[in-house]
Design a protein around this ligand. Structure first.
Ligand code: COA
Ligand code: ZN
Length: 320
């Protein structure tokens, strides 16, 4: 189930530069986005969703997609992701050479309409065209294709989302050619029991395909949901530094789970993420100075590491 490199047990993917910035009117300067990406990669984060291939007219924050991707691709060892809502977005991502395309559709019919302006079946058909395009790329230029399901654990328009629908669209994306399925709690409705139910149901139907998780901490259950997903075997998680995040097309959406706290929890549980916790917390300064007045969240940043804390990687090297 794991996608992690051999020296890590769990992969964490920073999505603050996409999920965290997409709602902001003010443009985060391109050089500062790249400073953030470089610093976080330097702290050991191996996957970063650096931009969104949506029409700049609709979301001006990502008008600099090309410069950001080019800068990020120059960083050694970093897996560069971009969000794509449709075929046109995938074409842009492939042309720039991103390593992973994060396709999104919503399990909620209403949210899919509001977010990408189409029926869910049309999103599945578009995904199949994207998968064909990806497969037609030459070896070495073929990105990984993530099939993401937003509002899979609840929707602010529709409320509860039936697990059967989550499974149906997960299977549809898997059959169309996804390399990985991502289940997203876009508006923070999930709890550990609903997480277990949905992830187990999906994992039972998509065979050996990895299933990853994207949680928001809207109601404070984000890390509890991570623990439940870990129990199901999930080994890849999205998060955003300082808990930035939201979706302009989902009322009530707030921040993602806090990357720094996620890494601390995993590390404390003995799971190696490759991340240096102190270096990671220091990266918040770049976000803080560029977003004055924006609330930054996180317990680790507030309280610091426990006295004589031993990182998981050090503990792993010690004789039992
Ligand atoms: N990137 C850049 N331009 C794009 C594009 C993309 N991914 N997709 C479409 N366009 C352009 C088209 O070329 C067209 O341009 P034109 O007016 O110059 O001819 C225009 O945008 C409209 O195209 P259309 O296919 O009719 O799109 P739409 O208006 O139905 O919008 C989406 C569909 C998916 C592009 C839009 O709803 C969207 O970007 N949604 C995502 C919103 C988001 O960021 N949500 C949060 C993240 S989950
Ligand atoms: Zn999100």
């Amino acid at each position: 189930m794991t996608q992690a490199a051999s020296d890590t047990d769990v992969t964490v993917c920073e999505v603050g530069l996409r999920d965290g910035l997409q709602m902001l009117d003010a443009l985060f300067p391109t050089d500062q986005k790249l400073a953030w990406i470089r610093a976080e990669a330097e702290a050991g984060v191996r996957e970063i969703e650096v931009t969104s291939f949506v029409p700049p007219k609709l979301v001006p924050q990502f008008v600099d997609a090309q410069q950001v991707v080019e800068g990020a691709l120059a960083i050694d060892g970093l897996t560069v992701l971009g969000l794509v809502p449709n075929l046109k977005g995938a074409e842009r991502g492939i042309a720039l050479g991103v390593h992973k395309l994060n396709f999104v559709m919503s399990v909620s019919r209403t949210h899919n309409q509001k977010n990408v302006r189409r029926e869910r079946e049309d999103s599945v058909a578009d995904f199949a065209r994207i998968a064909d395009l990806v497969r037609s790329q030459p070896d070495g230029g073929r990105p990984q294709l993530l099939g993401g399901l937003s509002t899979a654990l609840g929707c602010s328009y529709e409320g509860r989302i039936p697990v059967e629908d989550v499974v149906r669209y997960a299977v549809a994306l898997a059959e169309a050619g996804a390399d990985e399925i991502m289940i997203a709690d876009t508006v923070g409705y999930a709890d550990p029991i609903s997480v277990r139910t949905a992830f187990k149901a999906v994992m039972a139907e998509v065979g050996s395909l990895p299933v990853s998780a994207h949680f928001h901490d809207t109601r404070g259950l984000g890390l509890a949901n991570v623990a439940a997903a870990l129990d199901c075997g999930v080994r890849r998680f999205d998060a955003s530094l300082a808990g930035l995040g939201g979706c302009q097309f989902a009322p009530g959406a707030t921040g993602n789970i806090v990357m720094d706290d996620l890494c601390f929890m995993l590390d404390a549980m003995g799971m190696r993420t490759g991340v240096d916790l102190q270096k990671l917390v220091a990266v918040r300064e770049i976000v803080a100075r560029n977003l004055p007045g924006t609330a930054l969240y996180g317990g680790l940043a507030r309280a610091g590491l426990p006295t004589r804390y031993q990182p998981a990687a050090e503990r792993a090297r010690m004789p039992a």
